[in-house]
Design a protein around this ligand. Structure first.
Ligand SMILES: Cc1cc2nc3c(=O)[nH]c(=O)nc-3n(C[C@H](O)[C@H](O)[C@H](O)COP(=O)(O)OP(=O)(O)OC[C@H]3O[C@@H](n4cnc5c(N)ncnc54)[C@H](O)[C@@H]3O)c2cc1C
Length: 117
């Protein structure tokens, strides 16, 4: 790690990963922090009996891929690792009805979503 950064991004999922990428493309020194490990081909489970060891826990299984938080009224499942939720998608893509992508004056891509009536 370097001694100083222009930006620190916590998490490397869809949000953090793209944010860090875009800032780095603009020449910023970016530190991206990720609590999970890096997964490669062959690291992904393909048998039901592998499921328990895929559950992430900071102490008991820091190499897991899924973080499941069960609270009183809600349960939250998220991906944990380099790539965040992009590690575990179920291939559902929903296009906004009217979307315009544009570059601002600094060359940074902005996604402008017009909400229809
Ligand atoms: C099983 C599953 C299937 C899904 N399928 C789809 C789909 O088909 N289509 C779709 O549109 N969406 C899908 N989603 C939802 C999608 O994955 C999320 O909406 C998206 O990942 C959210 O992006 P994010 O950047 O906000 O967070 P995430 O992608 O969850 O990334 C957050 C990252 O931050 C890291 N992190 C958290 N806390 C810390 C910390 N303190 N220090 C360091 N790192 C930290 C996490 O490890 C993680 O890598 C799915 C989600 C799950 C769980």
């Amino acid at each position: 790690m370097e001694g100083a950064y222009d930006a620190v991004v916590v998490g490397s999922g869809f949000g953090g990963g793209i944010t860090a990428c875009r800032m780095a493309e603009q020449g910023w020194r970016v530190c991206a922090l990720e609590r999970g490990r890096r997964f490669g081909p062959g690291d992904f489970p393909d048998r039901p009996e592998q499921a328990p060891r895929m559950s992430w826990h900071p102490h008991h299984n820091p190499g897991g891929m899924f973080d499941l938080r069960i609270m009183r009224d809600i349960a939250v499942l998220s991906g944990t690792g380099v790539g965040g939720g992009s590690l575990v998608p179920t291939a559902i893509g929903v296009n906004p009805s009217k979307t315009i992508a544009a570059l601002d004056e600094r060359g940074v891509e902005r996604l402008l979503v017009e909400r229809g009536p």
